[in-house]
Design a protein around this ligand. Structure first.
Ligand code: HGY
Ligand code: MN
Ligand code: MN
Ligand code: MN
Length: 429
């Protein structure tokens, strides 16, 4: 009942590159920090404007739009057999402070354009196609990465945790969500959970956030696995005091030096892991009271450590914990918090999806190579409820999470074409 789509109509997949570039540029202006940086924090006023921008584009593409209790946004193109599990694609538009305008964005705007490309080519989906904008992939506001996709993947502990989560201004998750027009505290967040098998496939288009594709002049990255991320929060408490009057041999119990020693220990442990794939970063290090002439009485640090090998990463976490305890002992400072916020396993891509992507690249005459993703993505959690795949495109010197992030529109258009053709193949499967 489903006449085969004429392949060449699919191959004349024309991307509206100019329009797509304009959308990327316009979305980047919805930012809390001046261009060329982008900052767009979950449920902020700019985030609400950006959501409206995305929902409008979904509507213009003829997608039927719905949002769940935490603001995951879904745009659906009904297929001829809507009772079959749809094929989905998407990414995020939230942006960490002073970052760039492509991370996540090209997987949402590019997905909507992929739908437009298929509509322009006369394609008729068998399985419905669904574009998802995940509500918050970055951990910036509430310290939880991939908050929306974790909930979609059925994280009961997160649904519980959010009831008592506040941001650095002491605003509760629910108050922030309500400001953006979403959940109120009465809403049970398990309503966000999706059944396993809700989708036959999930695909995310994303910039590589690494230098390989550009260095090798390869057009497309077919992602085979996503590295295992973990994050840890640590607080030390010392005596504090007058920077001039408390002599060094006295019990200074300097909480700042405890944090500094632990940060250097993180670097040591990842370097001695035996693999280049182990990384560790102390991206947040706060001293209290933060006065030049006051010995820090408190320090707060947040550690991000990842590896493609979960066991190797967990060895690093254990060493960090032991080091925090011995630093506390040796320096006479209290380890008032050591909290593993998340310690996620890696995710593997689905072979049928990567094969569909590879044949799409061949049919489109695009060079491609298999590779792992060292950055995490919403795909890491969608892989828990659906076969998953990711398409990478090159980005300038691999830069990301900084204003110099850049992807050429030709590379973005290539990614959109591969996404469109892969969606078409999987929709007819
Ligand atoms: O940090 C990450 O890996 C992602 O880009 N948020
Ligand atoms: Mn990011
Ligand atoms: Mn991202
Ligand atoms: Mn004084």
């Amino acid at each position: 009942i489903h006449e085969p789509q004429s392949q060449d109509s699919l191959l004349s997949l024309s991307v509206d590159s100019e329009g797509l570039q304009k959308q990327i540029d316009e979305l980047s202006t919805l930012s809390e920090t001046p261009a060329p940086s982008v900052t767009r924090i979950l449920y902020s006023e700019k985030d609400v404007l950006a959501r409206r921008f995305i929902k409008n584009l979904m509507g213009l593409s003829g997608l039927s739009v719905r949002e769940d209790a935490v603001g995951n946004i879904f745009g659906r193109w009904d297929g001829d057999e809507p009772e079959l599990a749809p094929v989905s694609t998407g990414s995020h538009i939230d942006a960490i402070p002073y970052s760039g305008k492509y991370d996540g964005v090209i997987g949402v705007l590019g997905a909507i354009e992929a739908i437009n490309v298929l509509k322009r080519s006369g394609f008729k989906p068998k399985r419905s196609l669904e574009v998802i904008m995940f509500t918050s992939e970055e951990p910036t506001r509430f310290g939880i990465s991939c908050l929306g996709s974790r909930l979609l993947a059925g994280s009961k502990e997160l649904a519980e945790l959010l009831k008592k989560t506040v941001d650095s201004q002491n605003i509760s998750f629910f108050d922030a969500a309500r400001f953006a027009g979403y959940a109120n505290h009465l809403q049970d967040l398990t309503s966000v959970f999706l059944e396993k098998g809700s989708y036959s496939a999930f695909i995310e288009l994303h910039i590589e956030q690494g230098p390989i594709l550009e260095e090798e002049a390869t057009s497309i990255g077919v992602v085979t696995a996503i590295a295992a991320p973990a994050s840890i929060k640590v607080d030390f408490e010392g005596s504090g005091g007058h920077a001039g009057a408390v002599l060094m041999p006295m019990s200074r119990n300097d909480a700042g030096l405890a944090a500094a020693e632990l940060a250097l220990a993180v670097e040591k442990f990842v370097l001695e892991s035996g693999s280049i794939d182990t990384v560790g970063t102390v991206g947040i290090l706060e001293l209290h009271p933060g006065a030049i002439n006051s010995i820090p009485s408190k320090s707060h640090l947040e550690i991000d450590t990842r590896d493609i090998d979960e066991k190797r990463r967990n060895v690093v976490i254990e060493k960090i914990h032991q080091s925090a305890l011995s630093i506390s002992e040796n320096r006479g400072v209290k380890l008032s918090e050591f909290k593993i916020v998340n310690q996620d396993p890696p995710a593997l891509s689905d072979d049928l999806i990567t094969m569909a992507m590879e044949s799409a690249c061949q049919e489109l005459n695009l060079t491609f190579r298999k590779m792992i993703s060292r950055a995490y993505h919403d795909s890491l959690f969608m892989a828990r409820i659906s076969p998953m795949g990711m398409i990478f495109i090159p980005c300038y010197k691999g830069y990301s999470h900084k204003p110099e992030e850049f992807a050429a529109i030709e590379d973005i258009a290539n990614g959109v074409r591969v996404l469109a053709l892969t969606l078409a193949k999987l929709s007819l499967a």
